[in-house]
Design a protein around this ligand. Structure first.
Ligand SMILES: N[C@@H](CCC(=O)N[C@@H](CS)C(=O)NCC(=O)O)C(=O)O
Length: 201
């Protein structure tokens, strides 16, 4: 398998962490969504990372769809997203909020980095950043301090997505240590686990 994308991307890193947790060997083509447009389009016509090239030549795109396949093919009884019921809904809800926070954070970053200064609309950036902050604050409130993981007493896709969203938020200037102390503590502890350590950008 070949993972297309850089681990600086929260979406790509989420896939990389999942592959490591499942113990699946893979190679990585470290392309950036913006700087390597033409090459990225070879695997994803939309021009976004991540993509995953399977050994049979099939190419999957979008972190959610890629992880859905990884859960089905390699997750077996240890899938990071439970197969059904209330546990699945709870994990999917946190993952949706955290992936949405990543989308909004990146929209703010794109506005800052890809618009000429005279076209930059600060109220839009502020609105996006407020959505990121609210989303992370909501997940922070779900964390019980003496438990090692967010939900179900084990590592799930809720932790993985919360981890990548917290890292992105920090990179965008949100002081997560102060504003989301439990989430910040959780991600510091996750950073020591092999799947997270080995996928550091
Ligand atoms: N929903 C997608 C989002 C992927 C995404 O936005 N990737 C960013 C990099 S972090 C990208 O390639 N951006 C370039 C662009 O949107 O043009 C996923 O979950 O994979």
């Amino acid at each position: 398998m070949m993972l297309v994308g850089v681990n600086r991307s929260p979406f790509t890193r989420r896939v990389a962490i999942t592959l490591k947790v499942y113990g699946m060997p893979y190679e990585q083509l470290p392309l950036s969504g913006f700087n390597d447009r033409a090459e990225v389009r070879v695997s994803n016509p939309l021009g976004r990372i991540p993509a995953l090239m399977l050994d049979n030549g099939e190419v999957l795109v979008d972190s959610g769809a890629i992880i859905d396949h990884l859960d089905e093919a390699f997750g077996r009884d240890r899938a990071l997203t439970p197969p059904a019921g209330p546990d699945r809904r709870a994990v999917m809800k946190v993952a949706a909020i955290m992936m949405g926070a990543c989308d909004k954070g990146l929209q703010a970053a794109y506005e800052r980095n890809h618009h000429p200064p005279e076209k930059l609309h600060q109220p839009w950036i502020d609105d996006c950043m407020a959505q990121v902050t609210n989303a992370l604050t909501a997940v922070d409130a779900m964390i019980v301090s003496d438990r090692p993981y967010l939900l179900l007493g084990r590592l799930t896709q809720a932790d993985v997505t919360a981890f990548v969203a917290e890292r992105l938020a920090r990179g965008l200037g949100i002081d997560t240590t102060k504003e989301m102390p439990r989430l910040s503590a959780l991600t510091k502890q996750l950073a020591n686990e092999p799947a997270f350590r080995l996928t550091q950008p």
